[in-house]
Design a binder for this molecule. Structure first.
Ligand code: C5P
Length: 232
């Protein structure tokens, strides 16, 4: 599986998003559509960006009872997205149901990955608010194992956990890693972060980069810098 940089297009309207993507001209970056954009524009925004030739990671982080997630995934799969996700906390049964729902009649399906612990979560908050009294790294590995048992393709985790996940689940099990910041940049609400270069050294398969690209003075340069540091 090739390494790539996925731009988190966290905008709330189609116009702003398409204007942003226009800046990239011939380049066709892998695009992440999250809740903000999907909930404001609906499935049409997925079709529009797909028609421009971008690969799409639809990041809706489903988490519900297995039957509901299965039915929702059937709908998302028909949108021809390349990757989508669920919360690993939904259990192995829920992940299996999600995977089943994604299978298209022709036998293809988008990649399916599971969120382990959000990169904005810290070990303290996990212990105090979620009552999970284990090292964060272990929790991420166990969620990875659960996702693998359910037949998923990988997990969403911090680059800091990518190595541990690969050791536990094998090198072909995908690690899709948000929580990426350039050296010395503002962390915003993220807690477990690394630079693109460090994410590469730690073995991430895909980095998901939002504000360091979308809010950059020159987003195309910021994207190219990420590619240079992470892929080349
Ligand atoms: O702007 P920033 O680079 O922090 O954006 C990271 C993106 O990755 C956001 O769209 C966020 O929803 C997403 N994400 C995350 N942590 C996860 C899963 C997804 O930050 N565990």
């Amino acid at each position: 599986m090739g390494k790539d940089v996925i731009i988190a297009c966290d905008f709330n309207g189609a116009e702003e998003t398409l204007r942003f993507l226009d800046k990239f001209e011939g380049k066709k970056p892998y695009v992440k559509i999250g809740m903000e954009l999907f909930y404001s524009e609906g499935p049409d925004i997925v079709r529009k960006i797909k028609a421009r030739g971008h690969k799409i990671f639809l990041d809706l982080k489903l988490h519900d009872i297995p039957n509901t997630v299965n039915k929702a995934m059937k709908v998302l799969s028909s949108l021809d997205v390349d990757m989508c996700n669920v919360h690993g906390a939904g259990t192995i049964d829920m992940m299996k149901a999600a995977l089943e729902g994604l299978k298209r009649d022709d036998g293809t399906r988008p990649l399916l990955i599971a969120v382990t612990q959000l990169t904005s979560t810290t070990e303290d908050r996990m212990r105090e608010e979620l009552l999970i009294d284990r090292p964060l790294e272990d929790v991420v590995k166990v969620y990875g194992e659960n996702a693998m048992k359910a037949g998923l393709d990988g997990v969403v985790c911090s680059p800091l956990e990518a190595e541990g996940v690969h050791q536990t689940c094998g090198k072909d099990f995908l690690t899709v890693t948000p929580g990426v910041r350039f050296q010395g940049a503002d962390l915003g609400d993220q807690a477990r972060v690394t630079t693109p270069e460090m994410a590469k050294a730690l073995g991430s398969d895909y980095i998901v980069v939002g504000r360091p690209i979308t809010k950059a003075e020159d987003p195309v340069k910021a994207y190219m810098d990420c590619l240079k540091d992470f892929v080349e």
